[in-house]
Design a protein around this ligand. Structure first.
Ligand SMILES: *Cc1c(COP(=O)(O)O)cnc(C)c1O
Length: 387
């Protein structure tokens, strides 16, 4: 059977897939249907943070799978309680709501902000400020939060109550806070889909201070930046701020679907029984895998992430054909002189999988990618940028 043909015949054509069928993998190596090997620098978009078929993660998942695969939220279960505790202890946040994706984690944050607005100032204080060029998900409401017009086409009317500020422009943010009845601000600290752009530290601190002054919830979307990706457990830790709400997903599950919304001091009491829910949220198998992932993100691993990041920046920053290198930790964007799609195809032909973000190459390797594989892949990318 030709899988590519079958996929094209039966899958809704929303994805422009690469002409490659992944059959299996081990660590940072993936194999296609003809058993060709590829060094994986995309990790399923920052999801497989310890690579494919990682031993410790598999063990945690299999162990839970042998006990009970799903309980619903009508009952207590160990993995979701332990994961919530681990997340709170490591961040100083107070409560966690579990869901199944980044978009749902953000939906929960949006609900929290609106409830906060209602309690603090009245139900008409419901506007959330996000940034231009941001990405917050694919549901209608998270698309509305997304500050890119291309995503709003065809699906109007969008959910009301979102305005988009210019990144790194505190005066623009202040003006929007003044002219709208706001309840919260939601930032991606490193814009991922928007082109791997890290926000300025000073700007983020000013936004956090403004939110506190104005009694707005300060919320960070760490769906992509979270779970060790930027060289800290969560990217906010690199900015010297403390969010009221943090959302995460992607790397948290190590490959299984999970979303989490962490609620800090000012947000922990917003949800009461019945105010949010999810059939699969807190699924024991996903949570058992996630717990094993978060427990392994320690100082030693994060130092390695930093070292590998420095190596990539240093190797590519001044390479011929490279215009700029942006990002943080192992979330890196490379602006090239040549067309990125062409570079991506050439890298693929040479056994390296890279993805893109806007007009950039985007690197999201496993946090534990072996040095040798990383060096080999980065050299191939360098050669392809140069030629
Ligand atoms: C991927 C992503 C989302 C959406 O996550 P899904 O799991 O696809 O719903 C939201 N925000 C950011 C910053 C992301 O990178």
């Amino acid at each position: 059977m030709n899988i590519i043909q079958t996929d094209k015949e039966y899958i809704a054509p929303t994805y422009a897939r690469f002409p490659l069928q992944i059959k299996k993998g081990k660590g940072s190596i993936l194999y296609d249907d003809k058993n060709n090997a590829y060094i994986d620098l995309g990790t399923g978009i920052a999801v497989n943070c310890f690579g494919v078929a990682d031993g410790k993660w598999k063990k945690a998942v299999k162990k839970q799978l042998g006990k009970v695969q799903h309980t619903s939220n009508l009952y207590f279960s160990e993995p979701c309680a332990l994961l919530a505790k681990e997340l709170c202890v490591r961040t100083g946040m107070r409560k966690v709501f579990f869901s199944n994706s980044g978009a749902e984690a953000n939906e929960c944050a949006i609900k929290a902000a609106r409830k906060h607005g209602e309690l603090a100032k009245g139900a008409d204080y419901n506007v959330i400020i996000t940034l231009q060029n941001s990405f917050h998900g694919r549901t209608i409401t998270t698309l509305s939060a997304t500050g890119q017009d291309v995503f709003h086409q065809h699906f109007t009317p969008m959910t009301q109550g979102f305005v988009h500020a210019k990144p790194n422009d505190i005066e623009d943010m202040r003006a929007l806070v003044k002219t709208h009845k706001c309840c919260g601000i939601l930032l991606e600290l490193v814009q991922g889909e928007g082109g791997v752009m890290a926000l300025n530290k000073e700007y983020v601190r000013q936004v956090a201070a403004l939110a506190e002054e104005e009694n707005l919830l300060f919320m960070v979307d760490e769906v992509q930046t979270g779970n060790g990706r930027t060289g800290a457990l969560y990217a906010y830790m690199q900015y010297g701020v403390k969010p009221d709400v943090l959302t995460t997903a992607k790397g948290l599950g190590g490959g299984l679907p999970i979303g989490a919304t962490l609620l800090g001091d000012r947000a922990e009491k917003l949800f009461t029984a019945g105010l949010n829910g999810s059939t699969f949220g807190g699924n024991p198998v996903a949570c058992a895998g996630a717990l094993s992932v978060v427990r392994r993100i320690d100082d030693k691993l994060l130092k390695e992430v930093e070292k590998k990041s420095e190596y990539i920046f240093q190797t590519l920053q001044n390479a011929k054909g490279v215009k700029s290198v942006s990002g943080m930790g192992l979330m890196i964007g490379i602006e090239c002189e040549k067309d990125v799609s062409e570079i991506i195809s050439r890298c693929m032909a040479r056994g390296v999988l890279v993805i893109k973000a806007k007009n950039k190459l985007r690197l999201l390797p496993a946090l534990n990618i072996p040095w040798k594989l990383l060096q080999k892949a980065i050299n191939i990318i360098k050669e392809e940028c140069e030629r």
